[in-house]
Design a protein around this ligand. Structure first.
Ligand code: ADP
Ligand code: MG
Length: 158
């Protein structure tokens, strides 16, 4: 498992940006960690890496926001407020099997609706170490995501 420690929002965005080139349609990226841990900040970087120019805003109240102006569509979801089992109504499966990259904040709320393969990234604050410090842990499930994480690791050591 890959772990990275960052000390600024910009560093978190840069990692999201570096992940983007290896992404393809139907990819599912799960972002977990407390409120303010950096999940949306990471998604901003990922969106920039896909060439999305629009400002990425938290989908907390809308549950999903769609961005179509990049190399691939980005479906950014925050399922914190999704009622139990209502992933069907949202059309989760259609999104996961669709034409874009799926980024899901708070995936524990759709634990029963996850696809077989995905990349989970866990964000942790460490206030004792500094207000802006975060540890990102990458947990790939499936070959494609193993490769993606290996590429990310390589690109961060360049
Ligand atoms: P989440 O989506 O996990 O609730 P956000 O990305 O919306 O979190 O908010 C993270 C907040 O923490 C932002 O205000 C951001 O500026 C701040 N922050 C401080 N340090 C970091 C860091 N290293 N990575 C990401 N965000 C950070
Ligand atoms: Mg968020």
């Amino acid at each position: 498992m890959l772990k990275m420690t960052v000390t600024s929002p910009e560093m978190t965005m840069a990692i999201g940006q570096q992940l983007a080139p290896g992404l393809r349609a139907k990819d599912v990226i799960l972002l977990d960690g407390d409120l303010g841990a950096g999940k949306t900040t990471f998604t901003k970087g990922l969106a920039a890496g896909l060439g999305i120019k629009r400002n990425v805003k938290s989908p907390t109240f809308t549950i999903i926001r769609e961005y179509q102006d990049g190399r691939l569509p980005l479906y950014h979801m925050d399922v914190y407020r999704l009622e139990d089992g209502s992933g069907d109504e949202l059309g989760l499966e259609e999104y996961f099997n669709g034409d874009g990259v799926n980024v899901v904040e708070w995936s524990k709320f759709i634990a029963d609706e996850l696809p077989e393969h995905y990349l989970r990234i866990i964000f942790k604050r460490d206030d004792a170490a500094g207000e802006n410090q975060r540890t990102l842990s990458f947990e790939p499930h499936g070959d494609h995501f193993d490769q993606l994480v290996a590429q990310l690791q390589a690109s961060c050591h360049e």
